[in-house]
Write a protein that binds this ligand. Sequence first.
Ligand code: B1M
Length: 232
Amino acid sequence: MSEEEDIILSELDDEELVQQMFDDLYDGLKEEIEEAVNILLERGWAPYNILTDALVGGMTIVGADFRDGILFVPEVLLAANAMKGGMAILKPLLAETGAPRMGSMVIGTVKGDIHDIGKNLVSMMMEGAGFEVVDIGINNPVENYLEALEEHKPDILGMSALLTTTMPYMKVVIDTMVESGVREDYIVLVGGAPLNEEFGKAIGADGYCRDAAVAVEMAKDYVARKHNQMNA
Ligand code: B1M
């Protein structure tokens, strides 16, 4: 029996279990990640803390080794798949907070970009905070965004990009909204690892969100301001 098979997740203390989750995420072990998430839930961990401390924490390590050429696309895909397994367990719990309806958002990853973990996390957190979220997926050309805005009339448009080569496409979407005369109808929030606040300003977004928690706070803030303006 290998050393790994000897590990019984439920016998590890919290700190050891989170460390083991980092390893299991790294190795793309979806079932182990799901089991560990359930153990932490049984131990009373808040779903948000499991997400940020264990899953996002583990993914950060994967990201560093991917950057440094230690891990390659197939391994990272397996890690992403394991992370998604954990996120699927947490999603209904994060959405179950009974928060009052706050507003609505259409969100999607831009054209040329297939990264969706961060976007999915933002969607989950927004739903948990009481927003109705329409997720239009990955690799979206500008037409998809405009159609979704027309169809769902959300308060917010959210865009995600993880590549330096795809982030400029956010400007294409915003410029097209301006040309179509609809830019002022929506709050535009953008996010993704290579972005920063200056970039958000430069492309004409209303806000740059460093992470999902910031996205929720910013969304709440902007929607409240919008409603106040409408009532004034
Ligand atoms: Co890709 N990849 N990848 N990748 N990948 C990065 C982004 C990279 C930084 C890795 C690296 O080199 N260190 C690098 C980009 C370098 C650059 O552009 N400068 C990179 C590369 C190069 C590539 C490929 C080109 C590799 C190749 O094929 N040679 C390729 C591109 C494919 C494409 O999109 N066309 C590619 C492919 C992949 C996989 C398919 C293997 C996989 C994606 C699986 C999936 O998403 N389903 C993958 C992954 C997993 C990563 C890393 C390791 C992790 C990304 C992630 O999920 N992070 C990533 C390295 C890294 O970022 N450290 C990397 C966890 C997630 C929770 O964080 O997405 O930042 P993040 O989201 C955060 C915030 O940014 C913010 O909130 C989220 C939650 O807190 N946020 C928003 C994000 N979107 C938002 C939208 C909002 C608000 C906030 O709207 C309101």
